[in-house]
Design a protein around this ligand. Structure first.
Ligand code: PLP
Length: 375
């Protein structure tokens, strides 16, 4: 063992004594890893490749009017009103904002965490493969996670779902619509059945709504246990960190109590309000991305070496039928394009990669790099 010197040795010993205070389930976790993308074309994180060039001349003016010496409006009333309009929150429903929808997931979990009547941790239920933050946040707040496997075409397995709901009595069921990382929309009547049989809250996470254009938002008035979550991240404003949760006003009022008072900062409130006035520009970008997704699905569908899964989102999941997905991923990266390696050797995502739809040029570069990697 190397000799670190007295001071360093002392620091190490104390650190160990302190680390035992960190909850074991936290120490077991791997930190959420974001790969370095410098010098690469970024097609790994479902970002919109387009900027708001049409309005960038106005940013300075918008920012100049921001009072950064003052705390922001704690309820972000103006922005909330705008988002409700743009995202068509029905009359009678309420909404609250989060620092990204990730924070909304965290607030939901914090609001329901604790023990049930039998003294067991309460449960969050979702579907696998699915969005990793549900499981991670569930762990952060000391709840238990139940991941119900999707069937072999990544649809809801309703028999398994009914059994799991019955057995685990989940406080919240999260349904990503479309699902990430698979990209598909689950069957609408299956989802409605889950809403009806759920003992607790059901959150429809519609992060990819601009690319799927299907929504449970109109159903908020029909089901009081239903909450619909949206984000501006995938529609082109990921850097702002802004998400919205809409639902029954009594429920929203309770969940809003765990929100830190100034979670949406002054600059985000200003810039998002302004950007949402240009929502037609964002809509046009989404339309271009949808058209490019179809082109990519077609081009990729012609390649015999891969299995391409249907997508209603701004990304495409595909499997390398024979050979090593990591080798393909690295070959594509060596050609300057960063996609997502799902790093599964076995299971439903075995040998799968995920690419985010970019600009037409970026997509063509990716297709060329993929073809080359598959030779
Ligand atoms: C990307 C994503 C989010 C996170 O959105 P943010 O608003 O950026 O925190 C939420 N849910 C799903 C399913 C996602 O893929």
């Amino acid at each position: 063992m190397a000799y670190f010197g007295i001071n360093k040795f002392w620091v190490c010993a104390v650190t160990d004594k302190l680390l035992k205070w960190i909850r074991p389930e936290i120490r077991q976790l791997d930190a959420y890893h974001v790969p370095d993308a410098s010098g690469l074309t970024k097609m790994d994180a479902m970002e919109n490749p387009y900027t708001l060039d049409q309005v960038s001349g106005h940013w300075a003016q918008v920012l100049a009017s921001a009072e950064i010496n003052r705390y922001p409006d704690p309820s972000a009333a103006e922005l909330r009103k705008k988002l409700s309009e743009v995202m068509a929150v029905p009359e009678g429903a309420a909404c609250m904002l989060g620092n990204g929808s990730d924070e909304l997931i965290q607030m939901l979990a914090m609001a329901v965490s604790g023990q049930d009547q039998k003294g067991r941790n309460r449960r969050i239920l979702s579907f696998e493969p699915g969005f990793v933050m549900y499981r991670m946040i569930c762990n952060f707040v000391g709840m238990d996670y139940v991941g119900v496997p999707l069937n072999n075409v990544f649809e809801l397995d309703m028999k398994a779902t009914r059994t799991a709901i019955e057995k685990h009595n989940p406080a919240i069921i999260f349904i990503a619509y479309p699902n990430n990382p698979t990209g598909n929309l689950f069957d609408e009547s299956d989802i409605e059945e889950i809403i009806r049989i759920a003992p607790g809250l059901v959150v429809l996470d519609e992060a990819y709504h601009p690319f799927a254009q299907r929504s449970f938002m109109p159903m908020l008035t029909r089901y009081e246990q239903l909450l619909v979550m949206r984000t501006v991240s995938k529609m082109g404003l990921a850097g702002l960190r802004l998400g919205m949760l809409a639902g029954n006003a009594d429920l929203i009022r309770e969940i809003d109590k765990v929100r830190l008072p100034y979670n949406i900062n002054v600059l985000t409130q200003k810039v998002a309000s302004f950007a949402l006035e240009q929502v037609n520009v964002l809509d046009e970008q989404a339309a271009t991305i949808r058209a490019e997704r179809e082109r990519m699905l077609e081009r990729m569908g012609d390649m015999d070496e891969i299995e391409v899964f249907p997508s209603q989102a701004n990304f495409i999941l595909f499997r390398i039928k024979q050979g090593d997905a990591t080798a393909v991923f690295e070959s594509i990266r060596a050609d300057g394009v960063l996609i997502k390696n799902l790093k599964a050797e076995t299971g439903p995502l075995r040998q799968c990669l995920r690419v985010t739809v970019g600009t037409p040029d970026e997509n063509s570069s990716f297709i060329a790099a993929l073809k080359k990697a598959l030779i």
